[in-house]
Design a binder for this molecule. Structure first.
Ligand code: NDP
Length: 264
């Protein structure tokens, strides 16, 4: 019987997830369809998931915490992050996972071994990435422009700074998780601090994936080896696909996802 999956969020029109998953379904000749659903009220997430007859879904901004709260069971690192981006239906129950965190770790494998990381920003993505890095033995520091969102990191034992309390030093990798540069030309922190950080860093990563941000341009100027967020997006999808279908990832599955992603 045909199975249905969807990306649920607001907005969803820009999402590459349907193209990636449908490309894999086509390659594996599976009778499944992945679509998109614009949800206006996060409180309705579980009800909508069930009424749409979905076998699984990905959840994006701004509903990952609603998904965490509404799943019947939450697995793995999603419990620590308190955010769910992948839901599967199992025995009429919604089971929630977070594949953003392991997807990020898979996307930085070529940078291993890493001992220390500085995360710029303290939003939802910063939380997923910093907890995943900590679980993988990397010493994590977080710096955010303001104090408020850093409070959510108090329990995790990271070094926490605002711009005011931060003094740049040497880190193996600098990860920009802020939305600076997404729709403007701003840097994620004052340039004089980034000058010092990038002249001492081995690697850099920007979670933004559809453009060269001012941060990435600075990485090029400093000859720092960098990646953007495209592979993170790809691997969170591949890992969700494994949960949806039970098909373990291999080169051909990754290739199908890459083909879907390249379609736009
Ligand atoms: P949040 O809104 O939860 O957090 C945004 C963070 O960015 C906050 O810490 C905020 O600081 C900081 N910030 C925003 N603007 C600036 C600025 N101009 N200068 C400095 N800091 C700034 O966002 P998310 O964590 O949900 O998303 C962040 C980014 O990650 C987005 O660009 C999103 O597209 C991308 N993303 C990429 C993924 C991928 O697969 N590649 C997956 C998920 C997200 P403050 O607290 O002071 O407001």
């Amino acid at each position: 019987m045909r199975k249905y999956y969807a990306i649920i969020g607001k907005p969803v029109s820009h999402s590459s997830s349907p193209r990636m998953h449908n490309s894999a379904f086509e390659k594996l000749k599976m009778d499944s369809i992945y679509t998109r659903y614009l949800l206006n009220d996060g409180a309705e997430l579980k009800k909508k998931f069930l009424s749409l007859g979905l076998s699984g879904a990905n959840v994006t901004v701004p509903y990952k915490e609603d998904a965490f709260n509404q799943c019947d069971e939450v697995m793995g690192i999603a419990k620590d992050i308190k955010a769910v981006n992948t839901i599967i239906l199992n025995d009429k129950k919604l089971i929630g996972y977070n594949t953003d965190a392991p997807g990020f770790m898979q996307s930085i494998k070529e940078f291993y071994p890493l001992k220390s990381a500085l995360i710029l920003g303290a939003g939802g993505t910063a939380k997923a990435i910093s907890l995943a890095m900590k679980k993988n033995g990397i010493y994590v520091s977080v710096v955010n422009r303001s104090e408020k969102r850093l409070k959510a990191f108090d329990a995790y034992g990271f070094d926490l700074f605002t711009w005011d309390s931060f003094t740049p030093k040497s880190y193996d990798i600098i990860v920009n998780t802020t939305s600076a540069g997404l729709n403007d030309d701003s840097l994620p922190m004052p340039k004089n601090m980034l000058d010092k950080l990038l002249s001492n860093a081995k690697f850099a990563f920007d979670v933004i994936y559809h453009k060269d941000t001012p941060f990435i341009k600075m990485c090029k100027d400093y000859n720092v080896t960098y990646k953007n967020g495209k592979d993170m997006l790809l691997y969170q999808g591949v890992l969700a696909f494994e949960l949806f279908t039970g098909v373990a990832q291999d080169d051909s599955l990754i290739c199908a996802f890459r083909d879907g992603l390249e379609l736009g």
